[in-house]
Design a protein. Sequence first.
Length: 498
Amino acid sequence: YRASIAGQLSDVQIQDLRILVASVKESEVALAKVVHEFRQSVGLKASESGKENHKLLEKWVLPHVLAFNLSCFLHSIVSFAEDLDKGNVDMNSLPLADLVGSWSDLVKGVLEPSNMNFVKRAMICINLSFVIGFFGYEPLIKPYFSGIAATSSLLLSKFTGSAIVKNLGRVQGVVLGMVAGQIIKSFFHTCDWYNVVLLGLVAFLWSFGLLFVWHNGSPQTSFVGSLAACFGLSMILSGSCTPIGKEQVIDKEGTYDSIVTNIIACCIIILVDVCIGPGRADEHAVDSMIKVFDHIDQTLESHFDPSLKEALARASTLQATTDCAQEMGDHANNEPRIWKTAWKADVYNYTITRVHHMRFSLRSLESCMSEGFVKGGARNKFLQDLLGTRAFPDLGKFLRKKLGVVKKLCTIFEHDTTARLPVLADPDVSTEMITEAHEHINRLIQELTDEKKLFVEESKPSPCMREDEFAQLCMTYGSLEGIMRDLRLIQHSILREC
């Protein structure tokens, strides 16, 4: 780790690294040998019943999943160490930056509805502010005044959460920045050198603290922080210092005019947001949740598709979509419902939690299904054998069917009346899935047993636990059980809410 941070390896570090890599590889072989010998000593044998074989498999899942994950973790460390060694010897072996992708990302998503809506709102707000400032409104606004348009350009935001939270944040940021900036300026108003130095230091600390909030806070608090930093700094550095011996003069009238100007700009943006805003937060939350389930369905479809010869490369799309759904759910809980029923925050948050668990199970399911255990690549022999059975693809169809049932139940979050949820008329939504799920797994285990692919006596151990087919089966079984459990828990929580 220290060598990777430094960017280069010394000869001594290279030698130590190679010794450690060899030691880790030997440990992996030893672990696979110990597990193999233990299975041989216990006498792992199949029975005539698929249900009994299912129970037998459940007893062996935990230690094999632990050993499989430990082997994958060691594999990642060894691969990283070997890449460091190779890169230190030959710099050309290091991966190159994606130049084509970096240029295409500049225009990626430009025509998306959310971006087009933001451009439309920005154009209307700035032009409307320009017109109001150009003609003025005596005695409140003098003609040919550009302050409203300038402030409007600062207040614009692509934030698509709760409108009331966003608009209150605008007012808070502007007023807090201007009033606090005026108060700070009053403490260091003289032209004494120490006051000038202290004022500069306070300006730096003010900017540093609020810019930290801007870059590290949530979209709700970061926007307030950026506005408070901008308007507060403008007030701290406005005007000139008071000569020594003269009385301080505070331009309260100018401060009031600035506040009025900024509040008018806020009102213009709020009006435009109400008329052509990006939509309510609860609508975005439901749409994001549907996208999450669609992405999971596509992943399961590709995983159980026998026609595909390569495992799809993993990406962070599902995590990003789930995080977006969680954020929109928080904003939906903050916005006023008016005539609508209360937002079902507890059920929504619980669903998001179970979806995160399903994402981990999907990642685990994909981790043992490609050659070399890398992102994407050719499918390994074990997965091809599973897809060659009748029961494994049927199990995938069952999972996707139950996923569709849970997706239907998620319409509860867009149901905003006291009437009965229409989807409850579908008998599938209240059908218990655990019995049918175990029947599919029993058939798969029985088919593997009949074809001598499960509980067979091995002549020699695998090179490492991640290549051990029984460990891969345990990993697959544990991941599928985790997905089915999460779907069942989501189904039960929504039905209880109904």
